[in-house]
Design a binder for this molecule. Structure first.
Ligand SMILES: NC(=O)c1ccc[n+]([C@@H]2O[C@H](COP(=O)([O-])OP(=O)(O)OC[C@H]3O[C@@H](n4cnc5c(N)ncnc54)[C@H](OP(=O)(O)O)[C@@H]3O)[C@@H](O)[C@H]2O)c1
Length: 288
């Protein structure tokens, strides 16, 4: 894919990720051939937002595209592929956007002389109105056929996004890691603010009051790394305070608190290698 080669990208599934990415790619000068979706209305709206075409037949979409992105929900990718593989897709790059599924879902793609990839945006798209602010900073994780991996990478060289290339056998672990640092953090924040409610602070006020703490912590991690950003009772090896915390918690919270504190203790050991953590670790083990 040299600079002068025209590359047309189409999307099957005009939802949040498909529309936002189409609008983003277009803003970066990539050509969008169009959209096909379950409902014609979605395809037309996406096509209008990206100055492209609303297709009604997969064969027309395939004929007009070099790169076909299946942007349906994960559960529909296999059925879309079953239909797409009936079209002439010779030499086409076929991608999906799922974080957990690998390119193996494009069963028999080599026999169609096409090339399959998973291209996962590490980003949360929440609307299908063509808004893409923040995507520029997102990383995209790729895996798939060796033959055209360079061409898929080239898209992101053009947009300026960072990419990771991983092995397909690692996709479940990779996706679990994404969930761990995003969705599970949501759960942790929710548990924390619920406890504030028990202290008589309204949930909405608690979230607002906690944001500087949360943001400051993330910024510190970015600046100083994990051990360097540690604060709090584990960092101070203050087992008495941790014991008091555990005494006032419900069973589930105690378990989560103890497991995460054990991980913090490991980080703290990196920062303070000579420190004796035996009292703390003994307390945690009793609560696991
Ligand atoms: N949203 C995110 O933050 C995000 C982030 C990273 C990756 N992803 C991945 O992106 C993909 C799409 O997720 P999404 O959040 O964009 O989902 P979504 O908003 O639900 O959009 C999916 C679209 O696919 C269409 N669709 C469903 N079944 C179809 C079929 N059989 N044929 C054609 N079109 C079909 C629906 O179209 P109609 O409107 O026409 O009914 C819907 O608008 C998933 O693989 C997801 O894992 C999403």
């Amino acid at each position: 894919m040299d600079d002068k080669k025209r590359v047309c990208i189409s999307f099957i599934g005009a939802g949040k990720a498909g529309v936002s990415l189409g609008a983003y790619f277009r803003s970066k000068g990539l050509e969008i051939s169009g959209y096909l979706s379950r409902s014609r209305k979605s395809a037309i709206s996406a096509a209008e937002l990206t100055s492209s075409k609303a297709f009604t037949a997969l064969s027309d979409l395939a004929a007009a595209s070099d790169i076909i992105i299946v942007s349906t929900p994960d559960g529909a990718i296999a059925e879309v592929w079953e239909e797409l593989r009936k079209c002439d897709i010779r030499d086409r790059i076929v991608c999906h956007l799922s974080g957990s599924l690998s390119s193996d879902i494009f069963d028999g793609i080599a026999a169609k002389s096409s090339f399959g990839y998973s291209v996962h945006p590490m980003f949360a798209f929440s609307g299908k109105d063509g808004y893409f602010e923040g995507v520029e900073k997102a990383c995209f994780t790729l895996e798939g056929a060796k033959e055209k991996l360079g061409e898929v990478r080239e898209i992101f060289m053009r947009t300026g996004n960072r990419i990771f290339v991983i092995d397909k056998s690692k996709k479940a672990l990779y996706h679990a890691s994404n969930v761990m640092v995003s969705n599970l953090v949501t759960a942790l924040l929710s548990i924390g603010t619920e406890s504030f409610e028990k202290c008589g602070v309204k949930k909405e006020e608690a979230i607002e009051a906690l944001l500087p703490l949360i943001r400051g912590n993330i910024e510190n991690i970015a600046k100083k790394g994990f051990p360097g950003s540690l604060t709090g009772p584990v960092e101070r090896n203050d087992t008495d305070t941790i014991m008091k915390h555990l005494d006032v918690m419900e069973e589930d919270e105690r378990l989560i608190y103890s497991l995460l504190t054990k991980k913090l203790a490991k980080l703290s050991k990196v920062k303070h290698p000579g420190r004796d953590q035996s009292k703390l670790l003994e307390l945690l083990e009793k609560n696991l």
